[in-house]
Design a protein around this ligand. Sequence first.
Ligand code: SF4
Ligand code: SF4
Length: 371
Amino acid sequence: MKKTFLKHEHFQQLLDALKEAGFACIGPQVRDGAIIYDTLTTSTQLPWGLRDFQEPGSYRLEKTAEYKAFSWANGPQALKPYLFKAEETLWRVKRDEAGKFIFEAEYAKAPAIAFIGARACDLAALAIQDKVFIEAKQIDIRYQQRRESLLIIAVNCTYASKNCFCVSAGTGPKVNHAYDLVLTEVDQGFVVQSGSERGAAILAKLTLTPASLLQIQQGALEIQQAANMQSKKIPFNNTRALGLALMNKLDHPRWLDVAERCLSCGNCTLVCPTCFCHSERDKPSLEATSSEHVREWDSCFTKGHSYITGKVIRPDTQSRYRQWLTHKVATWFEQFDVSGCVGCGRCITWCPVGIDLTEELSAMVEDFHET
Ligand code: SF4
Ligand code: SF4
């Protein structure tokens, strides 16, 4: 597909074209000291000239000398909250005049979204969530409705934080699939490529020039630099071999060691773009004439999540952390034929005590050799 160039000062045209095509634009912006995603109406809202500095348990924004909008790695969110809502009503029930129960399914009400700024690891996570919500036997209609209308404007990473490890996880930093448009930010603007007819139709409305060889080469070089910046690695390159090794270490003393540091707060599961655990509850009206059945994000670190037939089967932090990590990189393969970790590093950054799954995994499987 032909590569074109969009100047920084013409980014607003992209937002306007998306709006005209009926999309609500969601994009990155600064809030409360972090880069988050929310409604984007003007290009001035983008995090121009900012970079995120991340370490285990630490995140801060710094100014850079470059006037670029995407020279940061990631914030606490990915696409997950826009497709799999943190809380939503699944169905309602009310009594009719004869006292009979009437059930009504709840459908997605949000407008079509153009999501601007999805990274390679985010798209790998999206592919996993698709397996969970729309490629399984039971399809989640709300997720499906949002997914079908979603337009993805992806961005190739040109910077990696100290917690990124997408290279060893096999997911990035270059975007290779599932995008409508992909941008690579270089000096003065973006090298742009469409990946779908919808994307091409949006491009047709913008002031573009053919991307020069120099701009294309600069983009490729910057993506390679983002790969070279990464020092963290997940053992066995995130393959089934890692899961096999870990399942042989269920009694390793490191589980107890990590449990002494872990607060069982669940932050890691909330920021993880692939975690999908949830719980459901009913919210009856005060007059007892109707009720809402609500689904909300849950975490395998909560006590209630492992309550089964009168018993909490994972009563301590050790068993909960082990459940999370073994599911993520081992038994996930049995369910979805892929690892549940895409290497985004969010669980490391947003863990209040800086627990780093790459270090925990390395400590547990370092001496494992397949026979
Ligand atoms: S486990 Fe951690 S690094 Fe892996 S996808 Fe989830 S948040 Fe990202
Ligand atoms: S690993 Fe960190 S983020 Fe996850 S539950 Fe434990 S303390 Fe919280």
